[in-house]
Design a protein around this ligand. Structure first.
Ligand code: 16G
Ligand code: MG
Length: 561
């Protein structure tokens, strides 16, 4: 590192001292804390993003300021790698160390050692480029400034402010930029709306949705998603969408609204109720990377029928499987031999057991990973078409480059030898899905358009969709413990290997309940142990969850040591 670079880092870091007595942790998907504590962390993440861009030969990196579904007074920062996915896990320990370096000197030393180890040249000869995005939180503006200062303290690094965007928009832009395709917000909207239109135009003439189902009502969580959906809606003719909680009517971000609230509480969000009985409703989270659907079944209460990430996964899997089956049908003598696509679905332990049974009955390959998009995404990337979802509504579909190339070739072939054939349409539908769905990361807006297109294709109401299978009743609890890192899990968080004895005790409890299943895991975002239980009735699920929570308290609680 040359002298100019050293003094630049020393002078800028002295303006961003870390908060006293607070340890920040990178967590599952970035840093999150009360916004007042984050300036120094965001400044340092700016440095990290610039170094990452240099390491990746100048590829564009993204920095997103958001605390997703959390309180409006919180904020957070996430990093998007060149693929548009989450920051490589191999850099997470550095992110942790950087955020917690106590002084400017320590920071400098850490950076010096890291760039040496990673072979990153800091002479300012190479350009690094970072796209910055933020959600609608008021703290976003000053944190943006901190990120810019971090970026500009690495010689040759430039920040480009993309303004207020959803998290998935920023990931999409990073991916697009690195693929050399147009990457503005308008390009994003145009890609989504044109591929949506393509799917709608390919709907078989027999499918007709009844009038009551025409309208979709969306809860925007009083965040950035509702605002962006307003823009997108204008580009989608023929789709009737009403947007509530768009943040314009004085509601507070994520307060009694949004996908997290709806999925966890199984309750209609604020602004929804008896007037909406039977309507197809959807809810986005605060930064629009999660999506759930729901309907209000009766006028008497605000309970909902939840259609969660598992059911979205099922819907997408059915549609894709149908297209792949059509593609592989015989009868097109003049085309080359068919390409057998490997389709895989990825879930976590939180997936409702009924969904896993259903997917397996469809003949699909179902695999499990630990909680967190980075794990699911990585696994899904092993397939030609990988569909992944968490029950909470995080998820997407990814297509391998080689599969897309062969699909494109087959489409061209069908176009010349069997134009208008079912096979040609199936190929075109899959190509449209690959453009509509955000392959960088789960995206509530693109997911919503895909759900809408598939429901219309199938001629299904939300009730018909919800009836694909019946969720097993489940219950989630959290337990405060002395040290959550004392819990070590294996097999995609379904088994506890440490502390010894607790898994056997959980097994003994679970065995008492018909269709019982339960697991515990340390949260990656909060200082708690989470408990999940499901069973054949709600009472049984509650009781199993309570018993397991008691075991956690016995083995790890404050009375245990
Ligand atoms: C993060 C993850 C989410 C996961 C959640 C679990 C991403 C982008 N987000 O929000 O996928 O469901 O953590 O939280 O990966 P927990 O560890 O506190 O239960
Ligand atoms: Mg989110």
């Amino acid at each position: 590192m040359n002298e100019d670079q050293r003094s630049l880092l020393l002078s800028s870091s002295s303006r961003f001292p870390p908060p006293q007595g607070v340890r920040l942790s990178y967590g599952t998907a970035g840093f999150r804390a009360d916004a007042a504590l984050l300036e120094s962390t965001v400044y340092r993440v700016g440095i990290l993003a610039a170094l990452r861009s240099l390491k990746m030969d100048g590829s564009v990196i993204g920095v997103m300021l958001t605390a997703s579904h959390n309180r409006v007074s919180d904020n957070g920062v996430k990093i998007a790698d060149p693929s548009g996915g989450m920051l490589s896990q191999s850099w997470e320990p550095f992110a942790d160390a950087l955020a917690n370096a106590p002084t400017s000197q320590h920071l400098l030393q850490l950076i010096t050692e890291f760039v040496e180890k990673e072979n990153i040249s800091l002479e300012g000869v190479r350009r690094a480029e970072i796209l910055l995005g933020r959600d609608t939180r008021p703290s976003g503006e000053s944190l943006l400034e901190a990120a810019k200062q971090g970026i500009s303290s690495i010689l040759g690094a430039v920040a480009i402010d993309m303004g207020i965007v959803t998290t998935p928009q920023l990931h999409w832009m990073v991916r697009a930029r690195n693929k050399g395709i147009k990457a503005s917000e308008l390009d994003y909207f145009e890609q989504l709306s044109s591929s949506f239109r393509c799917l709608i135009d390919l709907i078989p003439s027999g499918s007709k949705i009844s009038e009551v189902d025409e309208k979709l009502v969306v809860d925007g969580a009083n965040g950035v998603g509702g605002e962006k959906l307003e823009v997108l809606r204008k580009m989608l003719d023929g789709m009737v969408v009403e947007i509530r909680n768009s943040g314009k009517d004085g509601g507070v971000l994520n307060e009694g609204v949004g996908a997290d609230y709806v999925q966890k509480e199984k309750f209609a969000p604020s602004g929804f109720g008896s007037q909406d009985v039977g309507l197809r409703c959807a809810s986005l989270d605060g930064d629009a990377d999660r999506l759930v659907y729901f309907s209000v079944p009766s006028k008497s209460c605000n309970n909902i029928d939840l259609v969660d990430g598992d059911k979205m996964l099922s819907l997408f899997a059915i549609f894709i499987k149908e297209q792949l089956n059509t593609l592989s049908k015989e009868g097109t003598e003049n085309t080359s031999s068919s390409y057998h696509a490997r389709l895989g679905v990825v879930q976590t332990a939180y997936a409702n057991g009924a969904s896993t049974d259903y997917l397996k009955k469809l003949g699909l390959e179902v695999v499990f990973t630990p909680t967190g998009v980075k794990y699911l995404h990585e696994k899904a990337a092993e397939y030609d078409i990988g569909i992944y979802f968490e029950a909470n509504g995080h998820g997407t579909i990814i297509f391998s480059e080689s599969f897309l190339c062969s699909l494109e070739a087959r489409y061209q072939e069908f176009s010349s030898v069997s134009k208008g054939s079912e096979q040609q349409k199936a190929a075109l539908r899959l190509l449209a899905v690959s453009k509509l769905i955000n392959q960088a990361v789960g995206d509530a807006l693109s997911g919503l358009l895909l759900v809408e297109a598939i429901l219309q294709h199938m001629g299904w109401s939300i009730q018909r969709w919800s009836e694909l299978y019946k969720d097993l009743p489940s219950r989630q609890l959290k337990v405060k413990v002395v040290d959550r890192t004392a819990v070590i899990t294996a097999n995609a968080e379904t088994v506890v290997v440490r502390p010894p004895g607790i898994q056997e005790a959980i097994n003994a409890e679970t065995a008492k309940y018909p269709r019982g299943r339960s697991f515990i895991r340390p949260s990656g975002t909060e200082d708690v142990i989470r408990v999940y239980a499901e069973a054949s009735s709600q009472e049984a699920a509650n009781s199993l969850a309570n018993s397991v929570a008691r075991l956690v308290d016995q083995f790890l609680g404050f009375g245990s040591s």
